[in-house]
Design a protein around this ligand. Structure first.
Ligand SMILES: [Zn+2]
Length: 144
């Protein structure tokens, strides 16, 4: 049996509460270090921990930093880490001024209407696909 199904080290979902707390504390210290040492490139909003995508990207950069420092013998990995950090930091600037307010009832209504509309289009697209004789499933069915 291989361990190919084992979660990656940065997938903490299965971590025990104690392990998670330890990982989280070390991760937050690392992010603090990145903000301090890579300022003004890296500017994160104080709400970064609740932005799942940002938190995940930072987690990956943390592991990549660790790999470049402690597991690589190729300086290119450290150079690449810096390139990746600067690219990410440029993208993070759009979020740097997040005031993280809860959406108003009107904003929630607009967002729900947008999702409802998307669902309608998704259902329509599915209907068109199943009615389209050129779709792949039907091609495969006629070939059998
Ligand atoms: Zn925010």
């Amino acid at each position: 049996m291989t361990d190919s199904a084992a979660p990656a080290p940065w997938a903490w979902d299965d971590a025990t509460d104690e392990a998670y707390e330890d990982l989280w504390a070390r991760f937050v210290r690392w992010v603090d270090w990145v903000e301090r040492e890579y300022a003004p490139w890296v500017v994160l909003p104080p709400c970064w921990p609740v932005h799942e995508a940002l938190r995940f990207e930072l987690t990956l950069l943390w592991y990549a930093h660790d790999a470049a420092l402690y597991r690589s013998t190729d300086p290119i990995s450290g150079i690449q880490w810096h390139v990746d950090l600067r690219n990410a930091a440029n993208a993070w600037r759009a979020l740097a001024t997040c005031d993280h307010r809860e959406p108003s009832p009107e904003q929630r209504r607009i967002e729900q209407a947008r999702r409802d509309r998307r669902d309608e289009f998704a259902a329509e697209a599915m209907t068109r696909r199943s009615a389209d004789p050129a779709n792949h499933e039907q091609q495969f069915e006629t070939e059998e």
